[in-house]
Design a protein around this ligand. Structure first.
Ligand code: EVA
Length: 602
């Protein structure tokens, strides 16, 4: 269980948080000699590197862009003398894929996993009223014992090449903001909320709260509305507040309250933590996905954190444009394929009323460099019978824990996706995922639905893991990887045939298409269409939608992908994956207009 506090940094009368974003020092370490050479004390001959950002696309040589191995970041920071007697921490939004952190040469933290936050307690190591040196030794190698899965090969010239078993570029670096934080010794470490609505035969809501602190003093909680008016209060670390006439957080019509937990000592506030939250419930009712008890049809996209030059570095401007484009298409949902995104995405979605399927970075559990093709064609492998499996499972579960701990209070998050397209046909996979799902079931105070995205092998007949899912997510490419081009006429028939087989199982749960799409070059038009043209993408979508509209249990459609994105090089990728409905610079292809029209009416 996570004991470290992963609360997002805030500023108030008891807490201070300073952004450490900007230009850091940087250096590659291809021989992995930095520790022996003492680079944790001072990084010799560094170059400059923006944070947050991926390093890859700043460079003009392939060796640097495609670098695999260890690399270092460093910067100076000043710790105010007035912070004496407080807890001082450095918090990283993420470092890809693993990191060791030093302050003034002393190791203060290490973390595995490139898409979730961690903090280093630097209270002991920090020099107050002076400059300190913060250093990060990071590593972006992939293996079959960590997620996302892949391999690292050393070429004859000693250069390491990292190959992901997944279809996005292995962007690396400090991708999200870094903060220097000051907290009180006794402080709020975590909190969880869950809701009941429609109480007392009307519009009252119950807000169940749990607050974790690290000290003996009493806790008080409050809820304020958007006008700043207090609407409820409670006492203790565990309890329930009643909100009369609660304004609910609704899909695409968000209402946010501010939750505050305070530790008090008589009249004095020792620590105070506030965050915006939304009152809403999510549930699976038969074949429907319900928010506040009402069915919602999911319309939207699988996305990536991906943009020109920045790679996977978070930028508020890119997020803003993405939300504007998604709203313009009348979408209401996205999946954080294939890893948890920067926390700011969820804050944005909370405010905009978007639903999120939050996905752990368990991608690439099919040992192939082109498994997006194999998966689309239903090729089967065995993956979970390997010697590294126990280690992999441990890492996987740890990241499920970290993701749920980080994101559990966001109203936008309505489901957890615990995998993308693993092998799910062997008995080993069944055992593996039973353990992962069992672990996840214990973690969420809101008991949100659990799911995972199944590739074609995870079929009604061959797949062994769909019964673990509260609703079933399918990634399907009928009309692209199979039955594409001249065989397109068969695509609809085959997709219907598969859906009929699912229907025959009478599972009684909702199905969501978490991927379907066709690579489309924004430059290409042709009458009649051929694959890769904008006309083909539209015909593909129209055919797929005809099928979706004939099965009541299909309750969502998340197109692959929101925008074109960078991948590794290969004969099937034209400088990246082109299945975007928008280009990589976020301009619409013809398909965007088709979606906008359909989703206005759906
Ligand atoms: C694709 N197909 O081929 C997508 C991949 C994605 O980008 C998949 O889940 O099955 C994968 O990552 O375009």
């Amino acid at each position: 269980m996570l004991t470290e506090s992963v609360l997002y940094p805030i500023n108030n009368e008891t807490r201070q948080s300073l952004l450490l974003d900007g230009l850091w020092n940087f250096r590659f370490d291809p021989k992995d000699e930095g520790v022996i050479q003492g680079w944790n004390n001072r990084l010799p001959a560094p170059i400059s590197m923006p944070v947050p950002s991926s390093f890859a696309d700043f460079f003009t040589t392939k060796e640097e862009r495609d670098y695999g191995g260890t690399f270092w970041y460093e910067r100076e920071l000043f710790v105010p003398r007035e912070w004496e007697g407080s807890r001082i921490k450095v918090r990283f939004g993420s470092v890809t894929h693993r990191a060791v952190v030093y302050l003034n040469g002393v190791e203060v933290a290490s973390h595995e996993g490139g898409f979730l936050p961690f903090t280093a307690d630097v209270t002991e190591a920090a020099r107050l009223g002076e400059k300190n040196i913060l250093t990060v030794r990071a590593n972006n190698e992939l293996s079959e014992a960590a997620i996302p899965c892949g391999m690292t090969v050393t070429r004859p010239d000693g250069r390491k090449v990292v190959k992901g078993y997944f279809d996005f570029f292995n962007y690396s670096g400090i991708h999200r903001s870094v903060w220097l934080m000051r907290e009180q010794e006794e402080s709020v470490q975590d909190y969880s909320l869950s809701y009941e609505i429609g109480l007392n035969g009307g519009t009252d809501a119950a807000v169940h709260f749990q607050v974790r602190t690290n000290g003996p003093h009493p806790v008080r909680v409050t809820l304020h509305d958007e006008e700043g008016k207090e609407v409820a209060r409670g006492e203790g670390t565990d309890g329930v507040m009643t909100v009369p006439n609660a304004r609910l957080w609704q899909v695409r019509n968000a209402y946010l309250y501010t939750f505050t937990a305070e530790i008090t000592d008589g009249g004095r506030v020792i620590d105070s933590y506030s965050e915006q939250v939304g009152i809403r419930t999510v549930s699976i009712e038969g074949e429907k996905i319900c928010v506040n008890g009402k069915p919602v049809y999911l319309k939207g996209f699988g996305k990536h954190e991906d943009f020109e030059v920045l790679g996977k570095g978070f930028h508020w401007g890119v997020a803003k444009r993405d939300f504007e484009c998604m709203k313009w298409t009348n979408a209401n949902c996205f999946r954080t394929s294939h890893y948890p995104y920067a926390e700011e995405w969820y804050q944005f979605a909370d405010r905009e009323g978007f639903l999120i399927i939050d996905e752990v970075p368990a991608v690439g559990m099919l040992p192939s460099l082109m498994n997006f093709v194999d998966a689309g064609q239903g090729k089967t492998y065995s993956f979970f019978d390997r010697p590294d499996m126990p280690k992999l499972k441990q890492v996987h579960i740890a990241q499920v824990e970290e993701m749920i701990a980080r994101d559990k209070n966001h109203p936008s998050v309505f489901a957890w996706s615990l995998f993308n397209e693993p092998e799910t046909t062997s008995e080993f996979s069944k055992e593996y995922f039973t353990d992962v799902f069992d672990a996840a079931r214990k973690l969420d105070p809101q008991n949100r639905p659990l799911t995972g995205a199944l590739e074609k092998g995870g079929s009604p007949d061959g797949g062994r893991c769909h019964s673990l899912c509260d609703f079933i997510c399918l990634n399907r490419y009928y009309g692209w990887y199979i039955n594409g081009g001249v065989d397109f006429d068969d695509a609809e028939k085959e997709l219907r045939a598969e859906m009929d087989r699912w229907a025959a199982l009478k599972l009684g749960v909702p199905f969501v298409f978490t991927e379907f799409g066709a690579d489309t070059l924004a430059s290409e038009h042709k009458l009649p269409s051929v694959m890769w043209t904008q006309e083909y993408q539209n015909e593909y979508l129209e055919m797929t939608f005809r099928v979706f509209d004939s099965y009541d249990f299909i309750q969502g459609e998340l197109v692959w992908n929101f925008a074109d994105f960078q991948t590794a090089e290969g004969i099937l990728r034209v400088n990246g994956n082109k299945k975007g409905v928008f280009t990589r610079t976020r301009q619409p292809k013809d398909a965007a207009f088709l979606l906008r029209k359909r989703w206005a009416e759906k």
